[in-house]
Design a protein around this ligand. Structure first.
Ligand code: FES
Length: 157
């Protein structure tokens, strides 16, 4: 199972971060950044605490969290696998590749595997169309992929 980051100790750390920043202007972004680091995500439970302490409407915080891709509502896995679904990659077989990765990692798009290891994402064009179809695993980029390459790549992680 994924690590449980919702410990009393981590909520204590969140409170300290809020206390240290609450009087500052523009306190919300730094607090959300720290919350993402502490919990690995910023779920509703955490947003509610921040909203109450900063006297900011929850809807406003939710808007910020869902707007910026550095914040997530659910914890991300150790490895984030991005499958480019841009046009060039799509026409060169991104969909079967995505399906294969989903099957091998036991993860659906936008979700994290039970063991917390993989998060699977369908991304827009990442600007490497010459290498289509392309996938990324954290910082690593793999291009000109064929279905048969996928198990070997996933195995590395
Ligand atoms: S469409 Fe995949 S990199 Fe551009």
């Amino acid at each position: 199972m994924a690590r449980n980051l919702f410990t009393e100790e981590n909520f204590q750390r969140l409170n300290e971060v809020i206390e240290a920043n609450r009087q500052k202007q523009g306190a919300l972004m730094p607090i959300l950044h720290e919350a993402q680091k502490i919990f690995g995500c910023v779920p509703m439970e955490v947003q509610k605490i921040i909203a109450e302490k900063l006297l900011i409407p929850l809807s406003e915080i939710y808007g910020v969290v869902t707007f910026y891709s550095q914040f997530t509502l659910e914890p991300r896995g150790e490895y984030v696998v991005g499958v480019c679904m841009g046009t060039a990659c799509y026409v060169r077989g991104a969909q079967p590749i995505l399906d294969k990765i989903s099957q091998l990692t036991n993860t659906k798009v936008g979700k994290t595997s039970e063991d917390g290891k993989f998060t699977l994402e369908a991304t827009r064009c990442i600007g490497a169309c010459g290498l289509a179809p392309v996938i990324t695993v954290n910082e690593d980029v793999y291009g000109r992929l064929e279905l048969k390459d996928i198990p070997g790549i996933i195995e590395k992680y």
